[in-house]
Ligand binder design. Structure first.
Ligand code: ITT
Length: 192
């Protein structure tokens, strides 16, 4: 039985699935309409979401909350990334950075896994990099065209195929933490 990733974002799902297949695990995408709280910490949002999604599905599942934290903007948009992307988008964020020489930024991801009988477990992943001077690339989603991970020779996430993004990404790290823990816990077997 596949492990459920409760998300409405098919890009996130593809990234996580590619990684899971390397561990011999299959993921199932479920767009569960759980209520997402607004909070300053990704971990709080993810843990709360995992409990809600698990209660709605009646099955073990995990959710992920992610965001872009820009140093010169005091970590904005951070946990508000989804809203900021929908409203001002990449062009808006680039405008906020006009004339800003400190372009350092970090993507963070927290995944939280929950079972009907036990509280959530969470795992974090981060990648450091910088905000590009202009949007580049057509792959991926969200802020991918304007984020350059450290060590990628100036290429943005949107210029990378999924397996390459997974070598750097915040999501690959958090999901990997979950998968390793999950395989240890279940002795390689999937929960029913
Ligand atoms: P869920 O259904 O899983 O909640 P979502 O797209 O709403 O999907 P989040 O709440 O985690 O996801 O929103 C985080 C936003 O941050 C997301 O919409 C993107 O704009 C941005 N983001 C997060 N991870 C990203 C990544 O790997 N690449 C580009 N942008 C990312």
């Amino acid at each position: 039985m596949a492990l459920i990733f409760a998300t409405g974002n098919r890009h996130k799902f593809k990234e996580a699935s590619e990684l899971a297949s390397k561990y011999g695990l299959e993921l199932e995408m479920r767009d569960v309409n759980y209520e997402e709280i607004q909070a300053d910490e990704l971990e709080e949002i993810a843990r709360h979401g995992a409990e809600k999604a698990c209660a709605l599905l009646g099955r073990p599942c995990f959710v992920e909350d992610a965001g872009l934290f820009v140093r010169a903007l005091s970590d904005f948009p951070g946990p508000y990334s989804s809203y900021v992307f929908r409203t001002i988008g990449n062009e808006g964020l680039l405008k906020l950075m006009v004339g800003v020489s400190d372009r350092r930024a970090e993507f963070r991801s927290v995944v939280a896994y929950c079972e009907p009988s036990s509280g959530p477990m969470s795992f974090e992943g981060k990648v450091q990099g910088s905000v590009a001077l202009e949007a580049r690339g057509s792959r991926g989603f969200g802020f991918d065209p304007i984020f350059t991970p450290r060590g990628a020779s100036g290429r943005t996430f949107a210029e990378m195929a999924i397996d390459e993004k997974n070598k750097f990404s915040h999501r690959a790290k958090s999901i990997e933490g979950l998968l390793k823990w999950y395989l240890r816990k279940s002795g390689g077997r999937l929960e029913k």
